[in-house]
Design a binder for this molecule. Structure first.
Ligand SMILES: NC(=O)c1ccc[n+]([C@@H]2O[C@H](COP(=O)([O-])OP(=O)(O)OC[C@H]3O[C@@H](n4cnc5c(N)ncnc54)[C@H](O)[C@@H]3O)[C@@H](O)[C@H]2O)c1
Length: 351
């Protein structure tokens, strides 16, 4: 059996990757210490997901911290040259949380990534290394786009941007990144460099909004999942700024893991791709609320604060053309309706 390591294996993308690779007959080593609970409290607790995964044959989770090089090294030594794939999803994922503890954020996102790259280079250099990066590497540059305001959302005036989204050609320089964006930039550049400089099979997937029923949605991270949670539990939701018309593109974790699979089958060295739901799966927060209310048949209590989150994107949609040109077999299966319906179904079960 081929061996894969998945970090952040109890999280949204990690757990989807574990289930996917097991179906492809991999033996999967998970690394997750449930730090999401430390970041976001009860809502972020991923132990429910681990409990489900533990029942699966050929999966084993290590409760290790990716900052602990020595512990990770044990796993790599034991599986020297036998690891086929590493999907690196463990992270401090929140823009806002990072400002509370910049040292923790950087040590997990940047140093933790460097630990894994270095161990890959030393012990299993032929492996494929997939890094979940973020659109926050572009900082607030997307906010310089000239926008038109309509009743429920903002849209760019530029027709090409409106039709395609933001491509990998956007500069990552000269913008406000946030502390989180900076630690992810550091990791993103390292991942590219281990591909270009050391010839490893690395890739950065710069995510828009990644979502799905496996998310442990919390106030500070997991936008759609948390919106549904608030709607189902009658918890009031606060929209930060931009009149609720800020636009995000949303991709189901299964569609994203299928993208990762295309890379595993045909790897390159040090590439970057913007990945997200694209134009078709985009919505403003107001539009997302409308859809959720329609599906749940419940009203969400929400208010809109005047001030926005620092550097928060007003309009961001991933341009998927670079990925689709390289991997034309990949097709998106989940539209927004299907994504939200699945999230609602899962959360109704948990309740
Ligand atoms: N979800 C999104 O909208 C989104 C958007 C863009 C990029 N990303 C990136 O995708 C990746 C996966 O995101 P996700 O939504 O699945 O996140 P998630 O928080 O659901 O999963 C991450 C997992 O990593 C674990 N973890 C955190 N710190 C750890 C540490 N030090 N050691 C071991 N495990 C640790 C957490 O407990 C959690 O289970 C992250 O790198 C994130 O930055 C996510």
């Amino acid at each position: 059996m081929k061996i894969a390591i998945v970090t952040g294996s109890s999280g949204l993308i990690g757990s989807e990757s574990v289930k996917f690779l097991l179906k492809k007959n991999y033996q999967v080593i998970g690394i997750d210490n449930n730090f999401r609970k430390y970041f976001f409290g009860k809502d972020g607790d991923t132990s429910w997901q681990l409990k489900k995964l533990k029942k699966l044959k050929y999966f084993k989770n290590y409760f290790y911290d990716i900052r602990n090089y020595k512990k990770l090294e044990k796993i790599f030594i034991r599986n020297k040259n036998k690891i086929d794939t590493i999907i690196h999803c463990a992270a401090q994922p929140s823009h806002d949380w990072a400002t509370k503890e910049p040292l923790t954020d950087f040590s997990i996102n940047a140093n933790g990534t460097l630990n894994l790259l270095e161990l890959t280079r030393i012990f299993t250099p032929k492996a494929k290394f997939i890094f979940l990066s973020t659109n926050k590497v572009y900082g607030d540059t997307p906010n310089k786009i000239n926008l038109r305001e309509s009743k429920f959302r903002y849209n760019p005036r530029d027709k090409k941007l409106l039709g395609n989204g933001i491509s990998e050609n956007m500069s990552i320089d000269n913008s406000k990144h946030s502390i989180f964006g900076s630690s992810k930039v550091a990791a993103d550049i390292l991942v590219q460099e281990y591909g270009k400089y050391f010839n490893l099979n690395t890739v950065c997937f710069r995510g828009g909004c990644l979502t799905g029923p496996s998310h442990s949605g919390a106030k500070l991270h997991g936008f759609l999942s948390y919106l549904v949670k608030c709607c189902l539990t009658n918890k009031p939701y606060t929209i930060y700024g931009y009149k609720g018309k800020q636009v995000r593109d949303n991709i189901h974790s299964n569609d994203l893991v299928n993208m990762i699979w295309e890379f595993i089958k045909k790897p390159t060295k040090g590439d970057v791709y913007n990945v997200g739901g694209g134009v078709k799966n985009s919505c403003s927060i107001l539009e997302a609320i409308y859809l959720i209310e329609k599906i749940t048949k419940k009203k969400l209590k929400f208010n809109i604060s005047k001030s926005n989150r620092i550097g928060d994107h007003i309009w961001y949609i991933s341009d998927l053309r670079k990925f689709k040109n390289k991997y034309p077999r990949w097709k998106m299966k989940y539209n927004l309706n299907k994504i939200i319906s699945e999230i609602v179904k899962e959360q109704t079960k948990i309740k």
